[in-house]
Design a protein around this ligand. Structure first.
Ligand SMILES: [Zn+2]
Length: 144
């Protein structure tokens, strides 16, 4: 049994999906809404998984500092070198930036990095690209 809490955060990014069959291959952007779910086996002395403010200060801050108002492109996207030459703020990510891959990267990389030392795990992330489309990724369970 475990307790879970979720904090929502919104950032704005450009991206494109390399190799997409249709218009997602074009440079475009989204108001990405992240639902960041943290888990702990036990509550702290006040009865919390973790203070919501800690998620904001760590995970949401990372999203703000590294991705917000940036163009996210796959490191192997053929457009990357040319666009980076025009604008060094373009971010090269180690995955084709679909909502699914963004969710997985936040769970696998951003969560462990930003929540280190808290005793809390970021176990699931939902990434909403539009009001109609979102993707979720959940970390494999430790006890599985
Ligand atoms: Zn898109």
């Amino acid at each position: 049994m475990a307790y879970r809490i979720t904090r929502r955060h919104e950032i704005h990014c450009g991206h494109r999906v390399t190799g997409h069959e249709s218009k997602c291959a074009h440079l475009h952007g989204h108001a990405y809404v992240f639902d960041l779910t943290c888990e702990a086996a036990e509550l702290d002395p006040l009865g919390r998984v973790i203070d919501f403010a800690v998620i904001k200060e760590r995970v949401c801050r990372w999203l703000e500092d590294v991705w917000d108002h940036r163009m996210l492109l796959w490191q192997h996207d053929p457009m990357l070198p040319g666009l980076r030459a025009l604008d060094p703020s373009v971010v090269a990510v180690p995955f084709n930036p679909t909502a699914e891959n963004i969710a997985r990267f936040v769970v696998d990389v951003v969560g462990p990095q930003t929540l280190e030392g808290t005793g809390v795990r970021l176990v699931a992330v939902s990434v909403q690209e539009t009001s109609k489309c979102s993707a979720q990724y959940e970390a494999p369970r430790h006890d599985a």
